[in-house]
Design a protein around this ligand. Structure first.
Ligand code: IPM
Ligand code: MN
Length: 358
């Protein structure tokens, strides 16, 4: 059956890296005999330029009608220097998460043998790291009401709010993931200070009784920030709220050696969205130097999570490993002998294509 994929390349390096992921997906389609249909739509700064809205109605329709969404990145420097800009590309991202109900962000963190030397962390500490962060994505301080300014402009406020339902649905995904892994979930919170964190603890503690094979432990976020780079192998599944997840996943990306490596999935109520975590990186846009692995590995997650195509997903992961082993990497990984974004994408694509002959 034909699978419909919405393609939202976005801004900055988004289009370049997404193009590589699409090449790889097309090769997978050919080799494994799947029919993928792609439909492009605007999001972010390019959508503001075209329509005034960072997440236009039409884009929402395209996403709603798709079986899965492949997303690049959004953001443009002209908005970063203008704190008073009324519409910002990031609003498109937040609107998209909320409107599509993308409640659980899944960010795997791995160390790659070929990249151990380029991490600023010691090899013996990060070697063998393999954990996954489940970050709640549509609640907490990102969306809580009320938020804003007092009338005299001298006070500003945000609200962190969570319901047991919001906590439960993302926690279930984390527990299920743990059952297929090393069966350990660490809830990261600030229960010594925050009421929302205490609700998280209570709710998650109750829920774990339904997953008797899973071990649950708790860690305050400040301590977790330290332990993640001190003893990263100790973690299996990390479960946390929106803001803490935002911060610790950037931190954890250092373990992989390059932010450009990390894929992510945002699991939704009807369909899910897949994106590299690196963002729009405008300084590199159009230069054919951006690392496409995050986008390509996001396409692999799409095949696995949305379409259940485990073998195809594994083939892409193998292809990326092989590209790294053979030195087909961009300048963030090897400054002296860097290949271009396109060349790396082509190399991965060729690896997939030659699987037909086996
Ligand atoms: C991320 C980003 C976003 C977030 C920004 C761009 C709003 O940092 O996806 O992690 O904070 O969630
Ligand atoms: Mn972030």
């Amino acid at each position: 059956m034909k699978k419909h994929i919405a393609v939202l390349s976005g801004d900055g390096i988004g289009p370049e890296v997404t193009a590589q992921a699409l090449k790889v997906l097309k090769a997978v389609g050919e080799v494994y005999g799947h029919e993928f249909a792609y439909k492009e739509a605007l999001v972010g700064a390019c959508a503001i330029d075209a329509t005034g809205n960072p997440f236009p109605e039409e884009t929402e329709q395209v996403c709603q009608q798709a079986d899965a969404i492949l997303f690049g990145a959004i953001g443009h420097p002209k908005y970063d220097n203008d704190p008073k800009a009324k519409v910002r590309p990031e609003q498109g991202l937040l609107a998209m998460r909320k409107k599509l109900g993308l409640f659980s962000n899944v960010r795997p963190v791995k160390s790659y043998k070929a990249l151990l030397p380029i991490s600023p962390l010691k090899e013996e500490i990060i070697d063998g790291t393999d954990f996954v962060v489940f970050r709640e994505l549509t609640g907490g301080i990102y969306f809580g009401q009320p938020r804003g300014r007092s009338e005299d402009g001298k006070n500003a406020f945000d609200t962190c709010a969570y319901s047991t339902d919001e906590i439960t649905r993302v926690s279930r995904l984390a527990f299920e993931a743990a059952q297929n892994r090393r069966k350990k979930v660490t809830l990261v919170d600030k229960a010594n200070v925050l009421a929302t964190s205490r609700l998280w603890r209570e709710t998650v503690k109750e829920l774990v009784s339904e997953y008797p094979d899973v071990e649950l432990d708790f860690m305050f976020v400040d301590n977790a920030a330290m332990k993640i780079i001190q003893n990263p192998r100790d973690f299996d599944v990390v479960l946390t709220e929106n803001m803490f997840g935002d911060i610790i996943t950037d931190e954890a990306s250092v373990i992989s050696g390059s932010l450009g490596m990390l894929p992510s999935a945002s699991i939704g109520l009807n369909q899910s969205l897949y994106e590299p975590i690196h963002g729009s990186y405008p300084q590199a846009a159009g230069k054919n130097i951006a690392n496409p692995f995050g986008a390509i590995l996001s396409a692999a997650m799409l095949l696995e999570y949305s379409f259940g195509m485990i073998e195809e997903s594994k083939a892409i992961n193998d292809a990326v490993m092989q590209a790294m082993d053979e030195g087909f990497v961009t300048e963030d990984i090897n400054k002296d002998q860097a290949k271009g974004t396109e060349e790396v994408g082509d190399h991965v694509t060729e690896y997939i294509k030659q699987l037909t002959t086996v």
